[in-house]
Design a protein around this ligand. Structure first.
Ligand SMILES: Cc1ncc(COP(=O)(O)O)c(C=O)c1O
Length: 389
């Protein structure tokens, strides 16, 4: 009899985003608003620096596992300036995207019996990452409350989800899929609970720069009471439109970084050398591109909100950040069936909200990271379709 893969692997499925992406690609003439990929090219000065690195032979060999010193240095400076996190190069670990940063963190911090509170609706991949570490067991989801036109954090709900086995609280800020930007009060409440129950805080901040309406992104790791227990995770994927370069990083207490490094070393040895030189250029000189991307997203958000407001069958809480919309569907079908029918009958691809944890039921996620013309057409098709239902 052929041997089977592990029980853990057999107990999980590839994320719904990936599964829907395959269905969307197969559907001729469809427009995908499913995947969170910016349509902008990586700025050319970044590519030039990468070419230079190849020519100088810098890209041919492994680098130090935690990343080249100049990049750790530049990130430490960026952390102090933009995130108000007290960081030295030793606090920084360069990773293969934010996805490796969160996987390595969870593997380093958790024993299989440990529980993780996930503020939900949440980033899809965190569910499988936690299940892999916990031998198949689900995270402890704490759903935000959708009320008064906002996604609200209820600290009492988090408190009541804490058990003797809870080891960490994980959330994304700004939130994928909600577009929520956590306020100082909300972050203080999370930090207070973490301190009281001695928990790690894992903060995924890959959309840190895409925050609208004059809102400010605050890093929970900048709070003195949270700095020694927080693992802050960042990425160049969205900030500089570099999803293909696979560069992210995490910042934490030096001792925690050393522990995570053991896992990172087993997973990837070192981040891609070429991408590290590209990242160095981006972090040093790329700010004006972030500003440009942000202005574009802000305009796309306005267009998207206007189109969705033409129907009351979709109710939307205005996203404060990211490039996602997470409307509720006021229809007599669940989000999964709706997403399938929308694809087949209106040729528009979205992601069913239940993929983002239990709190996502009866919602869909729409990305406005892609091309504007397609965004408009996709949303118009969607609105015309739901009006007919
Ligand atoms: C919240 C969140 N975290 C992490 C990632 C993964 O980012 P990376 O490309 O850096 O691995 C994404 C990508 O969509 C994301 O939305």
């Amino acid at each position: 009899m052929t041997k089977k893969p592990s029980k853990i692997v057999r107990s999980i499925e590839v994320s719904a985003i990936k599964r829907f992406q395959i269905l969307i690609e197969k559907e001729k003439g469809s427009i995908s608003l499913a995947q969170g990929v910016p349509d902008f090219e990586t700025p050319s000065f970044i590519k030039e620096k990468a070419k230079e690195a190849i020519d100088k032979g810098f890209a041919s060999r492994y680098t130090k596992g935690w990343g080249i010193e100049s990049l750790r240095q530049a990130i430490a400076e960026k952390m102090r300036k933009d995130n108000k996190i007290k960081a030295e190069p030793e606090n920084v670990l360069l990773t293969h995207g934010a996805i490796e940063a969160s996987m390595a963190t969870l593997l380093a911090l958790l024993d299989p019996e440990d529980e993780v509170i996930v503020l939900s609706p949440n980033y899809v991949s965190h569910i499988n990452q936690i299940r892999i570490v916990r031998q198949g067991a689900m995270p402890s989801f704490v759903s935000l409350d959708e009320k008064e036109n906002r996604w609200q954090l209820n600290p009492e709900k988090i408190e009541s989800a804490v058990s003797k086995k809870t080891k960490a609280i994980l959330f994304s800020n700004p939130s994928n899929p909600l577009g929520k930007v956590y306020s100082r009060e909300e972050l203080k409440a999370i930090a207070k609970i973490a301190l009281k129950h001695n928990l790690f805080i894992i903060a995924d901040e890959v959309y840190e720069y895409f925050v609208f309406d004059g809102k400010k992104h605050i890093s929970i790791g900048s709070f003195p009471e949270a700095e020694d227990r927080t693992i802050s995770i960042f990425s160049l994927s969205k900030s500089y439109s570099m999803t293909g370069w696979r560069i992210g990083y995490l910042v934490s207490d030096k001792k925690i970084v050393q522990e995570i490094f053991k896992i990172h070393d087993c997973l990837i040895t070192c981040p891609v050398a070429l991408s590290q030189y590209a990242a160095l250029a981006a972090i040093k000189d790329g700010y004006k591109f972030i500003k440009k991307f942000k202005q574009n997203y802000e305009r796309r958000r306005k267009i998207a909100i206007e189109i969705l407001s033409r129907t009351d069958k979709l109710t939307l809480i205005k996203p404060e950040g990211t490039f996602y919309l997470f409307p509720k569907i006021n229809l007599k079908m669940d989000d999964y069936n709706f997403s399938l029918r929308l694809l087949k009958e209106a040729k528009v691809g979205v992601v069913p909200g239940s993929a983002f944890g239990p709190g996502g039921k009866r919602h869909i996620r729409i990305s406005f990271g892609g091309e504007e013309k397609k965004l408009k057409e996709g949303l118009e098709r969607m609105v015309n379709y739901v009006k007919r239902l």
